[in-house]
Design a protein around this ligand. Sequence first.
Ligand SMILES: [Zn+2]
Length: 406
Amino acid sequence: MRILRAAQVLTGRPGEVIPYGEVAVDGDMIAFAGPRGGAGEPGDADEVVDLPGCTLLPGLIDAHVHLGFDDKVDPVTRQSPESDRHLLLRMAENARKLVSAGVTTARDLGARGFLDLALRDAIEEGLAVGPHLIAATRPITPTGGHCWYMGGEADDLPAIRRVARENLRAGADCLKIMASGGQMTPSAAPSWVQQYSTEEIRAVVEEAGARGKGVAAHAHAHAAIRSAVEAGVATIEHCSFFTPSGHRYDPELADVVAESGTYVCPTLHGVYWRLRDTLGPEMLDDWLHGIVALRDAGVRLIAGTDSGFAAAGVGNRTDGYVAGLEVFAGAGFGNAEVIELATARAADACGVGAVTGTVETGKRADLIAVRGDPLRRISDLRELVLVLVAGRAVTQTGVDTVTSSL
Ligand SMILES: [Zn+2]
């Protein structure tokens, strides 16, 4: 057993701070979290790690990544020149970078060839370094629809159920459906067009639910957001209220989302400011104002970066996670709330809240320690001194490679 002592322990729930707390880690589990001295006599521990001036808190959760998002897809031939073998190695490198930023759980919402499952299992076996992965495998999308090249095309109810079941048979932890179009697939409907009806989305919810799993719905369009709520998905991704003339926040629809309790991952990321410089302030400001309005309407937001994508030539780095939290804070979210939506609430939304996301006795030892106090300064989350994934120390900051940073 190891005892970690810090200037304070944040449990992940808002307002829960244990001053001069300590956490005992026994194997891959948290054996104790509470005031100093509660974990037993230091002499009984194998090791006592003192972290003066540091904050211990739950490992961060990125609810929306694409470790295998292939930015090399040729929009003309629609073929990727990258082999699955090569892509899997790149995904492993992206996973290493992600955990090096303090992310100990990540939900991968779209990968081809079931490579996310291979990587997930390799990480759990200790063959690769990375966060715990919650893998959606192939996103369900119409033929030629948003991200069709990941292999999850389905145009009617029987086909939708078949792809859902094939994903689950392969070992998917959750399912992803592209309820609206998107920007980055040339043959796909644009973001403001609904791709699937409520009934079709509900079929995916049923298939996942029968196996105790949840559904993430990619939805930019108003109608797609509404259908996703009606169908009972666990999380809505983006929820950007996109129209042909930009983001048009709808307070009535936001109330529908809030009342349903559906979580929203707005995929607010750390390249917000660079994109704003590139695309102009109007669209990006409308988007951010919409996210703040969703929070004010009572919608349960969670952190997720959509890392792996590149928009307008701006790459969204896998290890840029904390920069996304800084955008939340800059938009007026309180630091305690930002930490909650990046830990406990994100775990609940991703269906792993019983296992991880908070620092408490009996949870998995997914922990980080940072120098400073992120309740006062959210950027202190950059000052990592320790990252534990199921009790294993994995901090590798400072290791650089020549591969793509996406
Ligand atoms: Zn995505």
